[in-house]
Write a protein that binds this ligand. Structure first.
Ligand code: ACM
Ligand code: ZN
Length: 523
């Protein structure tokens, strides 16, 4: 091996790993490779020099059952690499760290800094939510996000594929879903959503008059994306909303609404929430939804979790619907809120019967639902949740629910970034700007007593799609704040602090440039 070109460094921070690692001792020199592997790529990520070096590197892999799940140890010496882990994900994350230790000396020579690392994650759900119901992004965008997630050791894609504004999944046996649900008559003019502030909330959009879609994924697309995700140890969790946010489903099956077959067969064109929801008093409507869910489960055979939405379900149609009122009497309840708990419980039992766990937005916890239901917190305090009582994460874990945390004020990355010059328009800011520092300050366990923290399984960056029109827009908003959240979710309370993170990020952004990732500046 040739001598090392890297300067010896004194602490783990100077390697500028993102996320940082738990234990790190630097050695002298580097493992240097003169590349002899030719281009082998099936996509652009395979064409990078570091990827080629990783294919060629001498890597000894060992199993070490003493390491925590997804954890690893990594030893780079001047003559090669040793990786130990107790599972395949740990070995994969060791390689992601190794990738970040690389210096591209020239197009033919890559060196990896000598180092010994021991590392493991704090949380097992380290996610990103993508919303393709509002704007369809397509396979290239999804794969780009999956790749960048994996390089930051993130492991769940929460895929918001259904909402009032679109249905993006061709479920076998249900062609009407994409025939009617995957297109819109028109959309909100890009930028006019800046008026999305109460009291003009619903009425002040401008519409473009341009038909949108049909845009959706078929079975082949899903298989391709799932294979891509699996190779990167990312679980893909589809979200199939019930009982609200399902106007696109009702476009396909208007008879499943409380209004009945006369409901216009089109998704909602404006943003915000539709009044029409699933008629939970109608057994046929409920069974139709369950049948669609069965089809979704077949399309996502490895998804141990299915997200059923459950947020912001308006109650007006249920109040006026004879069938729903009959259901309410049947279950001996008076408030329509009980109908949401009833349908949630029914869906939870159904999905658990086929071996899946259910995740729902925090609204689903308001009723008496099984404690096996995983809650996803987006509201951090009681706030206009369509008549539902608010259940905080602290209350939910006390009751025994596992929780995933994505509180809007830290984790909704479609919100402004607080940049000095930001060329992209955003939502009306209904949270204060989420700066990089604010994202880094996120603590998934905030307010949760020590004894209940084992119920906090993780968190996620959530990027809603109303103002995300394409992959450039998406990545600009997702990174680098997503890097901050990745570090929070990997290291938990052991994160080194924002100053340290910001310093590493100045180096890491250059690294991401070599990965072809689009990102916003640091401030
Ligand atoms: C949500 O933001 N309605 C989950
Ligand atoms: Zn009804």
């Amino acid at each position: 091996m040739l001598a090392c070109a890297l300067t010896a460094v004194a602490d783990k921070g100077s390697l500028s790993l993102v996320p940082s690692v738990r234990e790190c001792v630097e050695g002298n020199g580097s493992y240097r490779l003169v590349l002899d592997v030719g281009w082998k790529g099936s996509d652009w990520y395979d064409f990078d020099a570091v990827g080629r070096a990783l294919c060629q590197a001498r890597i000894v892999r060992r199993n070490d059952g003493a390491l925590p799940a997804e954890g690893y140890s990594l030893n780079v010496t001047t003559s090669g690499v040793e990786i130990s882990s107790s599972d395949a994900a740990g070995a994969f994350y060791a390689e992601q760290t190794l990738r970040q230790l690389a210096t591209i000396e020239n197009s033919n020579v890559v060196s990896f800094a000598c180092v010994t690392v021991r590392d493991w994650p704090q949380y097992r759900w380290r996610g990103v939510l993508l919303d393709e119901a509002r704007h369809f992004l397509g396979k290239v965008a999804v794969k780009r996000v999956l790749e960048t997630m994996a390089r930051h050791k993130m492991n769940v894609l929460h895929w918001h594929l259904t909402d009032d504004q679109g249905w993006r999944l061709d479920v076998p046996g249900h062609p009407a879903l994409v025939k009617y649900g995957a297109r819109r008559r028109q959309s909100v003019v890009f930028g006019s959503h800046a008026r999305w502030l109460p009291p003009r909330y619903e009425t002040q959009y401008e519409y473009d008059g341009v038909p949108y879609g049909p845009y959706y994924y078929d079975g082949d697309d899903i298989r391709e994306i799932l294979a891509y995700a699996k190779a990167r140890h990312v679980m893909v969790v589809p979200e199939i909303e019930v009982p609200g946010h399902m106007r696109a489903f009702l476009a396909a099956y208007p008879e499943c609404s409380c209004v009945g077959p006369g409901l216009p067969r089109e998704p909602r064109c404006g943003w915000s929430i539709d009044d029409d929801v699933l008629c939970v008093g109608n057994d046929d409507a409920v069974n139709r939804y369950l049948d669609v869910l069965d089809g979704v489960c077949k399309m996502f055979p490895d998804a141990s979790y299915i997200h059923i939405g459950g947020d912001e379900c308006r109650r007006g149609r249920w109040k006026a619907c004879e069938s729903c009122q009959r259901r309410l009497r049947e279950i001996g309840e008076e408030s329509e809120d009980a109908l949401q708990a009833w349908i949630t419980t029914k869906v939870v039992r159904h999905l658990e019967g086929v071996g899946r766990r259910v995740v729902g937005w925090d609204e689903v916890l308001a009723g008496n639902v099984p404690t096996s239901t995983v809650g996803m917190t987006w509201r951090s305090e009681a706030s206009g949740g369509a008549g539902t009582a608010f259940v905080s994460a602290a209350t939910a874990v006390r009751r025994g629910h596992d929780m995933i945390m994505t509180p809007a004020e830290f984790c909704y990355l479609d919100m402004p970034q607080g940049l000095l010059n930001d060329p992209f328009p955003y939502y009306a800011p209904w949270t204060a700007p989420i700066t990089l520092e604010k994202a880094y300050a996120f603590d998934p366990c905030a307010g949760i007593p020590e004894s209940d923290r084992f119920h906090v399984v993780g968190g996620q960056a959530s990027i809603w799609g109303e103002c995300v029109h394409n992959v450039c827009d998406l990545e600009w908003k997702l990174w680098p704040r997503g890097c901050a959240l990745a570090e929070v979710l990997w290291l938990g309370a052991d994160k080194p602090g924002f100053e340290d993170f910001a310093r590493r990020m100045t180096v890491h952004l250059n690294r991401m440039r070599t990965w072809n990732v689009i990102f916003a500046p640091l401030d």
